[in-house]
Design a protein around this ligand. Structure first.
Ligand SMILES: [Zn+2]
Ligand SMILES: [Zn+2]
Length: 347
């Protein structure tokens, strides 16, 4: 029997649902059986009956939500397939954060790939994105405007190192999302030759130490908690972006604030956070990354979720690809949950 994509996956208010397989992907509300692409809180929520995800995603959910984050959980490795009531699901690396996966759902020879969040550029803290040929590709659209071009993350790290050399007495305080971005910034600094201890805000200690336990070398890490002003003179410290505006920063001598995010391409954003040193480092594909990936999958049909859906849907149409926005409410961007809603455009 000829199958339509909608016979395999349908968007519902709770997220994309596979009726024949009896599961949802990244559900935004509690369901019986959830397949989860990665551990960012808008994709990975607590309270599902059963969760299938990579071991890293399950561990990170456990760190965030506690041991009882789901009724049951099952780990699946990259490249591994599992049959669920006549549907086959396979997990592939998404290159977004540690443990992040694209989920390929196949039935009757028709393959749909739900990519969650992804990036196709190198990241020393996670397995690189794997291109999975498919009939239907479900893509995010966080930075889906032609003006978003992230450039080289190493170039941004070089900018940070120049600032550290220029202001050796000032503490460099870097706002970075606690899961993924913070560890990537640290790993990039180490790869660029920065050897001094790096200080961590309390909110990112456990996740960062989990990365280290998975074999990612981040050099010497110290908690900000308990450090003296003398210790922090000229030091590099990472904190959640929201902490950049808190009294917490007063413990640092002459703090120079930086923020690592794809949104730092938007000058108004950097100003809003009072950021002196914007660092354009993103864990999401930029416009070129999104369009190149969509084209390379060979998919003839594209479903677009969370972000700037319109521009990507339009681009697909101009290439003769069938495309539709999914309009699922509940996904944000981990850096700035309200950013997509403000309709800002880059400077
Ligand atoms: Zn994410
Ligand atoms: Zn997302």
């Amino acid at each position: 029997m000829h199958m339509r994509p909608e016979d395999i996956l349908v968007p519902t208010p709770a997220g994309v649902c596979c009726k024949p397989g009896g599961f949802h992907i990244d559900p935004t509300r509690p369901v019986e059986r959830a397949l989860i692409t990665h551990a960012h809180s808008d994709h990975a929520r607590a309270g599902h009956g059963a969760v299938l995800a990579t071991a890293e995603t399950l561990d990170l959910m456990r760190l965030r939500y506690g041991e009882n984050f789901a009724g049951r959980s099952q780990a699946i490795g990259y490249g591994e397939s599992i049959g669920l009531d006549g549907v086959t699901v396979t997990f592939h690396p998404a290159g977004h954060v540690l443990g992040s996966a694209q989920i390929a759902v196949t039935a009757n020879g028709l393959c749909i790939v739900a990519s969650g969040d992804y990036k196709t550029v190198a990241d020393p803290t996670c397995v690189p994105f794997a291109l999975v040929p498919c009939d239907v590709f479900i893509t995010e659209a966080t930075f889906a405007l032609p003006v978003f071009r992230h450039g080289s993350a190493d170039g941004e790290i070089a900018k940070l190192l120049r600032s550290i050399a220029l202001f050796p007495e000032r503490a460099h305080l870097i706002g970075a999302y606690s899961l993924g971005k913070a560890q990537r910034v640290i790993a990039l600094l180490r790869r660029a030759g920065y050897r001094a201890p790096i200080y961590l805000h309390g909110a990112m200690e456990s996740i960062t130490h989990y990365y280290v336990s998975r074999g990612i070398d981040l050099g010497e890490l110290r908690p900000v908690r308990g450090a003296s002003k003398a210790d922090l003179t000229g030091a590099v410290a990472l904190c959640p972006p929201s902490a950049l505006k808190e009294v917490w920063t007063r413990r640092f001598p002459e703090p120079l604030t930086a923020f690592a995010s794809g949104w730092m391409r938007v000058r108004a954003r950097a100003r809003q956070y009072g950021v002196e040193l914007p660092l354009v480092i993103s864990d999401h594909a930029d416009w070129d990354g999104l369009t190149a990936t969509v084209a390379a999958t060979g998919a003839q049909e594209i479903w677009v979720t969370h972000g700037q859906e319109d521009a990507l849907v339009h681009w697909c149409g101009s290439r003769g690809l069938k495309a539709r926005p999914l309009d699922i409410v509940g996904y944000g961007d981990e850096d700035e949950p309200d950013a997509a809603a403000t309709g800002e455009t880059p400077a």
